[in-house]
Design a protein around this ligand. Structure first.
Ligand code: ZN
Length: 286
């Protein structure tokens, strides 16, 4: 989705040439009804690419007033798990859903029950399920899980090695318990995926207005250091939905992404160094 104007084949080609080791795939890219290339062709393309497939995005949308509708959502998610397995994706990312007017606590209960119902199929296919907490501006229809603690509670309730979280800085940067929650998730093995981008201070709309790292106001080095110290060893996935960048030349944009990513990693190293030095300094002083 970050290089949305490119086909999957173009993404594979350009990412491979740039030394990017992995990617995640959105379902619209493979769904023929949405102009996608079909599951088999996508699986062949990715299989021969040498790129690792981190996740398939996205499943979820579980809560519903009617039981039959909830069952239908679970069936659709079983299909998502099959697709993830066919693409050798490590996990399915879950945007858990919300229903306007339904209390969030009830919606979260339905989410937990639905994920529980999916576990046997996830086990059979060897696919992890990653709950992605989402910024409350998506609370009406997309997600009843906004804070990391709410995602953690679902993971703790189900307590299964295939159930964890996708941490997207866009959705969690404001969380008052961010550091404690990332560490708590790390201790319990819930940190499955990590999405990076930025929150533009003058954000105009809820879709298609994300920033690239450095465009906005998120303290990305701080969050990266939290993820590192919580033991996260997975990929750093640049996930930017941006009408602005989608209108630009994608090769130049990919270069910019790589530059910004390297700058972020330098800032992280510098910050970690400063922290280490000040710790040593205070030891010496004491
Ligand atoms: Zn994300």
């Amino acid at each position: 989705m970050t290089n949305r104007p490119w086909s999957l084949a173009e993404c594979v080609e350009h990412y491979s040439q740039s030394g990017i080791p992995a990617l995640s795939v959105w379902r619209n890219v493979i769904n023929p009804d949405e102009g996608g290339i079909g599951l088999d062709q996508a699986a062949r393309l990715l299989g021969s690419s040498g790129l690792q497939v981190v996740s398939l995005a996205r499943g979820g949308f579980f809560p519903a007033w009617e039981r039959a509708q909830r069952a239908k959502a679970i069936d659709e998610n079983r299909q998502c798990i099959d697709e993830a397995a066919a693409l050798t994706a490590e996990m399915l990312v879950l945007v858990v859903g919300a229903v306007p007017g339904m209390p969030f606590a009830e919606a979260r209960k339905q989410v937990a029950e639905s994920i529980e119902a999916l576990i046997p199929h996830a086990e059979a296919c060897g696919v992890k399920l990653a709950v992605e907490p989402m910024h409350p501006m998506y609370a009406a229809q997309w997600s009843c899980i906004h804070r990391l603690s709410e995602a953690r509670e679902v993971c703790e309730l189900l307590k299964h090695p295939l159930v964890g979280m996708a941490i997207d800085v866009y959705h969690v940067w404001f969380d008052p318990d961010l550091e404690e929650e990332i560490h708590a998730a790390g201790r319990q093995g819930f940190l499955f995926a990590y999405h990076i981008n930025d929150w533009r201070a003058d954000t105009q709309k809820i879709q298609g207005d994300r920033g690239l790292m450095g465009d906005g106001c998120i303290d990305l080095p701080a969050i990266q250091i939290m993820m590192n110290s919580a033991g996260f060893k997975g990929f750093h996935e640049v996930e930017v939905f941006s009408d602005k960048y989608w209108n630009e030349d994608q090769s130049a944009y990919l270069e910019l992404i790589l530059t910004r990513y390297r700058e972020l990693m330098c800032a992280v190293a510098k910050r970690a160094d400063t922290k280490e030095n000040s710790r040593n300094g205070s030891h010496r002083a004491s």
